[in-house]
Design a protein around this ligand. Structure first.
Ligand code: DX5
Ligand code: ZN
Length: 223
């Protein structure tokens, strides 16, 4: 089993020092930079769009993991790819034609992710599991950083992990929201591959060492 991927969520960064922030995180063990795009319609908050992603791309040495919390994501897939996205994750709840949207993402050369809100069951994507590179399980209701981890997510991780294993797939399970040093081991033990963490990294005393600690966790895997 390969080591967990750590993806700091830049929603919690200091946007006035974006270049310095990116350069700092370039030198950490973080593998991906997680970028949250919010439109104020799909979620009750507005964050940033293409210009900020372009600015981050200019300085980043890591793949950009772009999480679209927007309605009509299909409309903007190529624009986000052009802005520098390496992974593009859209919400199952935001698209009526997920299968088509996944292939739209793949045609750009990006990896395709599907995010599920806490109220959306993992079974709802079983028929397209083979087509997806990343399943992002939201462990908070999307829209804001710094919320509490919803523990019910652990059951969803276990369920989809066993489905992925039984079908012999390489789909990565990403967990987004309320992840930190206090619960990372349990989350990894349940079957997560990618940990997104905003506040627990950016607001910590020493973000670099927090990432090292998250990376060093050896979870007992029951699968
Ligand atoms: C929530 C976002 C998350 C958020 C995570 O809507 O999708 O990526 O930045 O932040 P924390 O880790 O602080 O919960
Ligand atoms: Zn996110």
């Amino acid at each position: 089993m390969s080591k967990q991927i750590i993806a700091p969520s830049f929603l919690s960064c200091d946007f006035g020092r974006i270049k310095e922030e990116v350069e700092y995180y370039n030198l950490t063990q973080a593998e991906w930079f997680h970028l949250d795009v919010m439109d104020g319609v799909f979620v009750p908050n507005i964050s940033f769009g293409m210009p900020i992603i372009q600015a981050i791309k200019k300085h980043s040495q890591k793949p950009l993991d772009v999480h679209l919390m927007i309605v009509n994501p299909e409309k903007y897939i190529s624009a986000f790819r052009d802005a520098g996205a390496d992974n593009i994750t859209i919400h199952a709840e935001a698209s009526h034609h997920l299968h088509r949207a996944i292939y739209q993402i793949k045609e750009t050369g990006a990896k395709a992710g599907i995010a599920l809100n806490p109220a959306t069951s993992v079974e709802s994507i079983y028929d397209i599991l083979e087509d997806i590179d990343i399943v992002c399980l939201m462990s908070v209701n999307p829209g804001f950083g710094g919320q509490k981890f919803i523990y019910k997510t652990l059951e969803k991780i276990k369920k989809i992990k066993s489905e992925i294993i039984s079908r012999n797939l390489n789909t990565l399970i990403e967990i987004d929201g309320g992840v930190g040093l206090e619960n990372a081991e349990t989350i990894l033990q349940a079957g997560a591959d990618v940990l997104v963490a905003g506040n627990s990294i950016f607001k910590s005393q020493d973000p670099k060492s927090t990432i090292e600690k998250l990376k060093a966790i050896e979870a007992f895997k029951s699968f």
